[in-house]
Design a protein around this ligand. Sequence first.
Ligand code: NDP
Length: 278
Amino acid sequence: MIEPAKSPLLTLSDGNVIPQVGLGVYKVENEIAGPLVSKALQVGYRLIDTASMYLNESGVGQGIVDSGVPREEIFVATKFWMDDLGYSNTLRAFEKSLGLLGLEYLDFYLIHWPAPKRGLLYVESWLAMERLKNEGLVRSIGVSNFHSHHLDQILKVAEHTPVLNQVELHPLLTQESLMSYHASHSILTQAWSPLARGQILSNELVNSIAKIHNRSASQIVLRWHIQRGVSVIPKSTSRERIIENMNVFDFVLTSDEMNAISALNVNYRTGVDPEDRN
Ligand code: NDP
């Protein structure tokens, strides 16, 4: 029996904490999400990242129940889709997600995309999210796929700064300037597609570093994120790979290795630029 691994916790600007490594469940069907989440919680995961758009929130909720892990030990993050931007839509979307998850509160609620061609609806949504936080229904509120100028709009009106921004981030898209913006506003950078949807795993440099450390390519890339202070939510449907992805806290990359991996950046996106997603 493999000893369950646990992720360190990072402290957020609102005083709450978040496990640095979590499980993402994008493209995991609802029927599979339950057993997957339950398995992940049993092997030591404590952060689960879903979204209304993934259509698997009820499966995630079932997995939480089936895992036997106490609710208060688990961090659940979900997001609302662009069609629910705006103040009252956001409140409605929240109620729906909470119901599907079968929870009484959320740990993290995120705006999925800013959809800037729809104007400043995302700012109205932010005000609704602040209300949810103030009412104790969400512990921490954040955003996803925001460029710094979208964050600027929120910061102009915010009572609560977003605790994190979940963005596409991996060695082919290192997001240096956005990360410095985050650092200057105490916003945690969280990486989606931290493995570039698997596309970075055959990279020659990553594999040569993996050989040196006797680790997998995935562990090297995740370790690179960890040492940059980033939170990661890799997705895998395999029990072995889920365990492998959590076992990244007992080795260290050298600064030369870190720099070499960062130098793979070509500003390549596996997904859409947030500016164009509407
Ligand atoms: P990832 O970068 O996590 O890559 C997932 C792919 O890598 C899958 O094909 C998986 O295959 C494979 N993989 C995972 N671990 C290993 C391993 N140890 N060895 C070999 N292959 C591995 O991509 P995602 O796009 O899924 O991103 C992760 C999460 O980020 C999502 O699930 C979602 O929660 C979030 N996300 C958020 C977005 C947003 O707009 N906010 C957009 C996209 C994602 P297998 O399952 O077969 O192991």
